[in-house]
Ligand binder design. Structure first.
Ligand code: TXA
Ligand code: MG
Length: 315
């Protein structure tokens, strides 16, 4: 691993131009998206993609999402279908990733897909991410910009805390508005499957598809859905209504607590606040983090998914 000084680039045309040069030269740049910060590299460049796995300490069997500026660009890499068309029309650009069959002659590094014959693609909505995709003309492979298994980053400071010295630069776009990763839907054999709940609610996706999303099913889940993930240093205890010894309480809805995800009980606001709250509590290093029950509707599904992994036993 080459250790470099990690540049913090501003949200200006010059910042985007510098980030673009670095990406075109095969270096890694963290960039803001509406969901979380991504650690981007040119998805066609084997060395850049290998460097992403190395910088994160990510298992290489866990494939990456390719970020693209337009639907036309997507047609270059995947075999399109009617479900993809309906979802793209309704939700792109935005917090939706679709897994589709790879097209012949796609030109992506085989490391991106970890050898699968499908690829995950997404059009992010964040202005800076879109500018960088357009200016660099690179399809960008980008997992969340955190060391593998740790809490996802929603600010440039979170990225620096985890990856300073391991990547060329971070483009600072402030805090990410959605706050949890994209919803991943597999749309590859006439059946829409929920591979990961995220920033687009399942209810909204099902309304557009006019059918329920199926469970991922054995062996075809997103390989990155490892049990322990998003883990702060402290032990995490779920569905808590009060503190036990040495714990800090992360609340939801009107209640007495150390930090509240949403005092009004709004799951969208809670999603935005989830990772920043875990970063904040982690820095205070309590003996444990107790988390109030979160409802399962809307983005509550994604919040409960992340929390259950943060609470899972660790190796
Ligand atoms: O919001 C997001 O999706 C963020 C931002 C940066 O775009 N990215 C993100 O990437 O969350 P990452 O690498 O942390 O998660 C990607 C997930 C993993 O669970 C991976 O297994 C799954 O996508 N995935 C990628 N390619 C796949 C494929 N061909 N089939 C099934 N799952 C796939
Ligand atoms: Mg991640």
């Amino acid at each position: 691993m080459v250790v470099t000084d990690t540049l913090i680039l501003p949200d200006t045309d010059a910042g985007v131009a510098r980030a673009s040069e670095l990406l075109r030269a095969g270096h890694l740049v963290a960039l803001p998206t509406e969901t979380v910060y991504g650690l981007a590299g040119d998805a066609r460049n084997d060395r850049a993609v290998a460097a992403i796995y190395e910088a994160k300490g990510r298992p290489s069997f866990n494939p990456l999402i390719v970020h693209l500026p337009t639907v036309q660009a997507a047609h270059h890499y995947v075999v399109w279908n009617d479900m993809a068309e309906a979802l793209a029309n309704a939700f792109w650009p935005g917090p939706l990733t679709m897994v589709l069959p790879l097209k012949e002659g796609h030109g992506l590094s085989p490391l991106v897909t970890a050898g699968l014959d499908t690829v995950a693609i997404r059009l992010p909505a964040h202005t800076l991410a879109r500018k960088l995709l357009t200016v660099s003309e690179c399809p960008l492979a980008a997992p969340s910009a955190n060391p593998s298994g740790k809490i996802s980053p929603t600010t440039a400071e979170h990225v620096m805390a985890g990856l300073d010295g391991r990547i060329a630069a971070v483009l600072d776009g402030g805090a990410c508005p959605v706050g949890v990763e994209s919803t991943i839907i597999g749309v590859y054999d006439n059946v829409p499957r929920l591979l990961r709940p995220g920033g687009l609610s399942v209810e909204d996706a099902e309304r557009i598809l006019n059918q329920p999303l199926r469970e991922a099913g054995k062996g075809i889940t997103a390989p990155g859905q490892l049990t322990s993930h998003y883990a702060p240093g402290a032990r995490v205890r779920l569905n808590a209504t009060s503190r036990e010894d040495g714990e800090m309480l992360l609340g939801f809805g009107p209640m007495e607590c150390d930090l509240n995800l949403s005092e009004t009980g709004d799951v969208i606001e809670a999603a935005t606040n989830l990772f920043p709250a875990l970063h904040t509590l982690d820095a205070l290093a309590p003996q444990g983090i107790a988390v109030a029950p979160i409802p399962y509707h809307g983005l509550g599904l994604a919040i409960n998914d992340r929390l259950s992994r943060a609470a899972a036993p660790r190796d």
